[in-house]
Design a protein around this ligand. Sequence first.
Ligand code: SAH
Length: 252
Amino acid sequence: MNDRIVGIMGAMPEEIDAVVTLLSATKQSSHAGRIYYEGYINQIKTVVVVSGWGKVAAAATVSTLIHKFNIHELIFTGVAGAIKHGLKIGDIVIGSRLLQHDMDARPFIPQYEIPLLKKTYFECAEQQLSVARIAVNDFLQHGNLQSTVGDSALQQFSIDTPRAYTGDIASGDQFFADETKKQQLLHNLPTVLCVEMEGAAVAQVCFENQVPFTVIRTISDAAGEGSHIDFAAFIEKIAGKYSAAIIKNILL
Ligand code: SAH
């Protein structure tokens, strides 16, 4: 048993339900419309919560985790749309830098820069990156993926040999399901691997409060036409299971 308190967030209940089942000695409380589950995973005190979609929901929730539950670090787990060519459904992206693709206060401040902070990218600390990489690679290797998710679910989503990537993640209050928008983002921000709606908001709040963070995203769609298809099944059968298995590997 140690004094460390870890916060775990996801945007949707389906992503986080499997993580809640890992908790022992669970108690729950409600704040500002969200349920916070406290308990232990591998004897580490953990608080798990569903934020809802989008940057405001994510920022409000992580603030509560920091100020009410006194977390020392934050792990965000969820799904994302692939931006970089070659990323496939079922691959995992660990965010080395998070940025807000919808922040634009020009002409006063350069596009994407966060006002006051004079900062565009929020970096994940080296320690968190290395722990996440080990946890994700362990999950993807040694048959752990097959035993956790099952062959029929993997086949249903044509997931064969998923890969782990580390790189930039862009967040904003938009669901990407349009090829033109996707190409525009890639043109403006060529290092971005995937797009989602919460990570960089969490990263900003953590940065401002000096709380280390990790963002781990399973690729659920190609962020182009057809991105909305099969979400419910994907999250239940694949993403939730990925999240629980990776969290178990991180909280050691
Ligand atoms: N469950 C919904 C889909 C949710 S997608 C459905 O049934 O259709 C929105 C969530 O997934 C957000 O939390 C966001 O972070 C992430 N996400 C996944 N793919 C995305 C994309 N292409 N663009 C933006 N956010 C995406």
